[in-house]
Design a protein around this ligand. Sequence first.
Ligand code: SF4
Ligand code: SF4
Length: 421
Amino acid sequence: MTNKNSKFKKNKSPFSKGLTPLQLIELDACTQCGECLKYCPVQEVTGNLAVSPPEKIRMFREFIKATEGLKAKLFNPKDIDRKLLEEFTKAVYECTTCGACSQNCTVGIFTQRLWPMLRKEMVRRGLGPVGTQAEMPGVIKKTGNPYNKPPEDRFKTWFPDDVKVYEKADIAYYAGCTGAYEAQPMVRGDIQVLNAIGEQFTMLPPEEEVCCGFPLFITGQHDMLEDLTRRLVGAYKAKGVKVLLCSCPCCVNIMARDWPVFYGKELPFKIRHITQFVADAIKHGRLHFKRGLKERIIYHDPCYLSRGVGVIDEPRAVLRSIPGIGLLEFERHGLNSRCCGAGGAARKVFHENAVAIGRLTIDEAVDKGADRLVLSCPACYVKVNEAMQGHKKQIKIVDIMELVAEIIKDKNTEFNSQESK
Ligand code: SF4
Ligand code: SF4
């Protein structure tokens, strides 16, 4: 599973090289208490302790000790067995980077940030990434997206014909690769809702709307990140953009947290998730529902939206504003939500885990009596739909903006003639 194509560099250079002082302290701080194991989705479906936070931390500490500890300094740094390194690499990539362990860590280790940095170190040593993830930099360089799809087709199959995109505007919309190529109902819904609000917005031409860099960041392949960030930030800046909207939590995450670092300074615009913008529009009377929906729905918090950037209330505010809707909650929700299984670029290489984890979400949604499962992330959307195939329990899946667009889709009909149910 480890990257056979990459060149394993047998080196004795420090394992601690890419970590911040705080991350080194975090490694030391793990007490091996095991509390986080109760919340780990990979533990839940595999029971594989190698993937558990304390074991990954213990192993990495051992690597540091062997190469940088007192004995290594007095005598010679030890060679670390390649098989051990490969096992560690697999474990660190099998994790979905969901951050549930971080949320529940008794000493507050920020694992959602630590794991990608450990992956980066394994890439530096020629051991990571795993499977097809290694093809991503070349594919993104060639096509601008990690799916090897034609850049000119990025918006072709889903962008509504009747919506105008302005050359310049204060608001810009970034569709993102997964939405544009794999979860089209979601991005179509975003555009329909923006249009219904009456918001003038701009977009980059399809060939210029390249990958935000998250798949490269999360797999530890950082070489192109500065270039991608500069291209995108420069292009939106040239359009005079003040707010950049997107619906993919992973895009929002890297844009808000990491783009300023790769760009070298503060971004010239704000980053907002689509639910934040739409919740505001509803609050200020720019979007309202005259038609309702008599359904019980259950909302799944995407890890990188809730734990990642703290967007928890806004999607619920949008859903609660739909007349007639009954909003149910998962046992674990908000900051404590359970991963859908698709995170951390694991959804293709650890497909079976991802399907098994996705089915836990489906089962709970069905058991709670929900009519529909509402998602707000393209990776969740794709993976939970896949997990549904051939599964004994079935539920309709809908993206949050797809749902809003469905209710407001015929503006005239909806606002003038249809009453709330
Ligand atoms: S980030 Fe998620 S999948 Fe990875 S170890 Fe922590 S809880 Fe498990
Ligand atoms: S909860 Fe924190 S301290 Fe305890 S084992 Fe997990 S990572 Fe280590």
